[in-house]
Design a binder for this molecule. Structure first.
Ligand code: BGC
Length: 243
């Protein structure tokens, strides 16, 4: 079954048709810059352009960096405030003339990782963190997602975790991998003390640099990089449209 997966990020909006039974992209993915400010209507217009590019008329799954309930976006930490309370599902369906399902971006990436990536066949409690502009989270218990966790906003040393240990902060503050690793370890240690997971899967921008930070991250729980790297958001968005 093929579904158009769209991943909305702070800098780019990416999409491709996905075979959700194999997790494979059926065409080259297309990336369009996120419009300045990231306003809902402008983003919906870009999504319509992506659908048009793939000549798409079927179901669309769309991942957004926000809490999503019943198609309504309820938060906006790294996107325009106008997303809060918007019936974004209906708005994007209107712009594309296709049925649309929305999911939080980290929940989407988590679904893809649990089915096709590093979390495949992994029982117990698994926490997936996506480390990029912010820190997104998804938690699975025996493969089942508890949606809309927002662990990136846990307070650590008086600041939100994502304001101390995102990839954006690492670059902006020019932190060494060892300094960033210390900060990120504190996030993992806090989650460990609260949830006692069996595995952490780390996705987002830092996942492909695993060899640089692995030795600097210290926590008892096993930590592995995401298996799908850049494509998890698109694949997971598409998977959400089937669920
Ligand atoms: C948002 C989350 C999102 C994460 C990654 C956070 O700031 O609150 O909803 O999953 O960034 O994009």
């Amino acid at each position: 079954m093929s579904i158009l997966g769209i991943d909305v990020g702070g800098s780019g909006i990416k999409g491709a048709p996905v075979d959700i039974d194999s997790g494979r992209l059926l065409d080259d993915r297309l990336r369009i810059e996120t419009p300045e400010g990231g306003r809902p209507d402008d983003v919906a217009e870009v999504i319509a352009r992506l659908a048009e590019h793939f000549d798409w008329q079927g179901a669309i799954g769309c991942a957004l960096p926000a809490v999503v309930k019943h198609g309504v976006t309820l938060t906006a930490a790294n996107i325009h405030q106008d997303w809060i309370g918007r019936d974004a599902g209906a708005m994007i369906a209107d712009a594309t003339q296709c049925p649309v399902t929305l999911i939080n971006d980290a929940d989407g990436a988590g679904l893809a990782e649990m089915r096709f990536g590093a979390g495949r066949d992994q029982p117990g409690t698994v926490i997936v963190l996506t480390v990029g502009t912010g820190i997104g989270s998804a938690i699975f218990v025996d493969g089942r997602l508890v949606p809309n966790t927002e662990f990136g906003h846990l307070e650590i040393r008086g600041k939100e975790a994502e304001h101390r240990a995102s990839d954006q902060v690492r670059k902006a503050k020019d932190l060494s991998w060892s300094r960033w690793g210390e900060r990120f370890s504190e996030v993992l240690q806090r989650l460990e003390a609260l949830f006692w997971p069996d595995l952490f899967i780390i996705g987002g921008g830092v996942s492909k640099k695993h060899d640089r930070w692995a030795e600097h991250v210290s926590v008892d729980t096993r930590v592995v990089p995401a298996g799908l790297l850049n494509e998890a958001g698109i694949v997971g968005a598409a998977m959400a449209a089937r669920r």
